[in-house]
Design a binder for this molecule. Structure first.
Ligand code: ZN
Length: 201
């Protein structure tokens, strides 16, 4: 086992940073060193921002978005079209669509996709809540903005069947999304085009 180059507090900081997505042990070490060198300009404000976020973050009771207000900023924005609900697997997808200014609608975060292999069934996702929102007479369309993966498409078909009873058009993203593609990784132009050219399920 290699000997630690720094005291336990710094090694713990590195170990925690290494658990962030996209950061391996080497870049975590580099990030830790950067934070330590810039402790006044970056580390202290970052620590304060993280503490505030930790105290204030809530899951939106309407759509499942993460925000510091509940219902969230998106759900309470009166300029959004209340007729359209965009169903996404994850908050990261919601944020990606917002970054792309792809659609001026409301969202519904499912919390994942159906995955029999991983033991994720309908009861593990926020599907019932989506179906109940779709029965609101103000809602006319549900866009299934799900990954172009097997699990994403299985989920889309499952939800489409459930929505037959609701008086809504069910659409999905156009073929701008590559097969196997994850929305969070698409560039903003592709995402916006995929929403604009959506097709009826
Ligand atoms: Zn919300």
């Amino acid at each position: 086992m290699p000997t630690a180059a720094a005291g336990p507090e710094i090694e713990r900081l590195i170990a925690l940073l290494a658990r962030l997505p996209g950061l391996g042990p080497r870049s975590a070490r580099r990030a830790a060193l950067f934070l330590i060198k810039k402790r006044e300009q970056i580390m202290a404000p970052l620590a304060a921002a993280m503490r505030t976020a930790l105290e204030k973050i809530e899951i939106c009771r309407v759509c499942g978005n993460i925000d510091t207000q509940n219902p969230c900023t998106v759900c309470t924005d009166v300029r959004r079209d209340p007729a359209i609900i965009v169903a996404v697997a994850d908050v990261a997808d919601l944020w990606a669509l917002e970054r792309a200014h792809a659609v001026n609608a409301r969202y519904h975060v499912l919390g994942g996709t159906l995955s029999p292999l991983d033991g994720i069934g309908p009861q593990d996702l926020s599907i019932d809540a989506l179906v109940s929102r779709a029965h609101d007479p103000a809602v006319t369309e549900v866009i299934l903005a799900l990954n172009a993966t097997v699990d994403g498409q299985t989920t889309a078909h499952y939800i489409t069947d459930l929505l037959h009873g609701a008086n809504v058009k069910v659409t999905r993203l156009a073929h701008g999304v590559p097969v196997g593609g994850e929305l969070d990784y698409l560039d903003e132009g592709t995402l916006a085009a995929a929403i604009r050219q959506r097709t009826t399920f």
